[in-house]
Design a protein around this ligand. Structure first.
Ligand SMILES: Cc1cc2nc3c(=O)[nH]c(=O)nc-3n(C[C@H](O)[C@H](O)[C@H](O)COP(=O)(O)OP(=O)(O)OC[C@H]3O[C@@H](n4cnc5c(N)ncnc54)[C@H](O)[C@@H]3O)c2cc1C
Length: 322
């Protein structure tokens, strides 16, 4: 059993931000992550036809703390400005270099997260908590910690914490939308009449069409398509082939290319079960009265990466103040 001050579950932007801030203030933090890499929904998938940012497309900074992080990452060349044709905001848009996953990798560098470790259960007694984990090889162990933070999407946090303290039933009101994502590569360029960024309108199957190859540091005629929340929800259990085919049909319609859309040389899909926050908790984090169990993440505030940063930071400040 490994003992620690704070066990943080989830190495997405919220968990990474929280862990950094706590470590900077002298806490002994253990960060566990079920997947093989940090960053969570700030993610990049590689292929023989180029890389695809299949989660968050870009970062924007509004709060001073997140703007400072953006400036720091930009100075080090870990992010760069993206100015797609079709950009519909005056705010700068920032993308990881060479992919969005770089952001998580940079933030995780000094934290030594343990990858391939999934929290499966928690029990608390006499001011200490025991977190059961399963490693990617199937073995199971425990971590013992004074405080445990679930920096994971609300429905998953509810599963882990819901039965431990009634305070966490508040997570039941949080709604997160799924998102079917398609990653496409074309040998033939689609042409300049197709903008680098196209947003869908009400009723469209695709909420967003992004020319991934137009981001700085990328190459190739690659696209990421994000299906709309209701469209994705209605097809959660559909087979991948029919989803890919329907998303290609929607691309033909929403670009106006119709039958002129070339056949893609690469098609990959990802199904995000908890992609975008629809109903947030409306407070920056949640915790129990004896300050042993907490949860944080974008879903506390809104559907943007900056909200994950704000949530992680606010919870770190709270824990430091105890
Ligand atoms: C399709 C899509 C498009 C988006 N577009 C944008 C955009 O353009 N701009 C923007 O600002 N934001 C965008 N977002 C939102 C942004 O990605 C999120 O707000 C942000 O990344 C959330 O960070 P987080 O740390 O709260 O959660 P996550 O990134 O989800 O991190 C949670 C981590 O916890 C891990 N985990 C879960 N359960 C366990 C467990 N039991 N044990 C161990 N580890 C666990 C997960 O593997 C994950 O790494 C988008 C998201 C998606 C999916």
């Amino acid at each position: 059993m490994i003992g620690t001050d704070v066990l943080v579950i989830g190495a997405g932007l919220a968990g990474l931000t929280l862990s950094h801030h706590l470590v900077d203030h002298g806490a002994h933090v253990t960060l566990i992550e079920k997947s093989g890499a940090p960053g969570g929904r700030l993610s990049t998938r590689r292929s023989d036809f180029g890389s695809f940012d299949h989660g968050a497309q870009y970062l924007t900074g509004r709060t001073p703390a997140f703007t400072a992080l953006i400036n720091h990452l930009a100075q080090d060349g870990d992010i760069a400005a993206w100015k797609p044709r079709g950009k519909d905001s005056a705010r700068p848009w920032w993308v990881g270099q060479p992919g969005m996953s770089t952001i998580g990798k940079v933030l995780a560098r000094d934290l030594g997260p343990r990858f391939g470790v999934r929290a499966t259960g928690i029990s608390c007694r006499d001011g200490r908590c025991d977190v059961q984990v399963e490693h990617s090889d199937g073995t199971q162990t425990h971590f013992s910690a004074r405080r445990v933070v679930a920096a994971i999407p609300a429905p998953q946090a509810l599963e882990l914490l819901g039965s431990l303290d009634p305070v966490f039933t508040a997570l039941e009101k949080v709604r997160m939308a799924p998102c079917w994502t398609a990653m496409l590569a074309f040998e033939t360029p689609l042409g300049d009449e197709v903008q680098d960024l196209i947003r869908g309108h009400d009723g469209d199957a695709l909420a967003l069409i992004a020319r991934n190859g137009s981001k700085p540091g990328r190459s190739g005629e690659t696209f990421v398509l994000h299906a709309a929340p209701d469209w994705s929800r209605a097809r959660l259990g559909s087979d991948r082939e029919s989803v890919a085919s329907a998303m290609l049909d929607a691309l033909r319609a929403q670009t106006g290319l119709g039958a002129d859309l070339p056949v893609p040389v690469h098609v990959d899909l990802h199904r995000w079960l908890h992609a975008l926050v629809e109903t947030p908790l409306d407070r920056p984090f949640i915790g129990n009265a004896d300050n042993t169990l907490f949860a944080c993440g974008d879903w506390c505030l809104e559907a943007r990466a900056e909200a994950a940063h704000q949530s992680g930071l606010a919870l770190a400040d709270h824990i430091i103040s105890l």
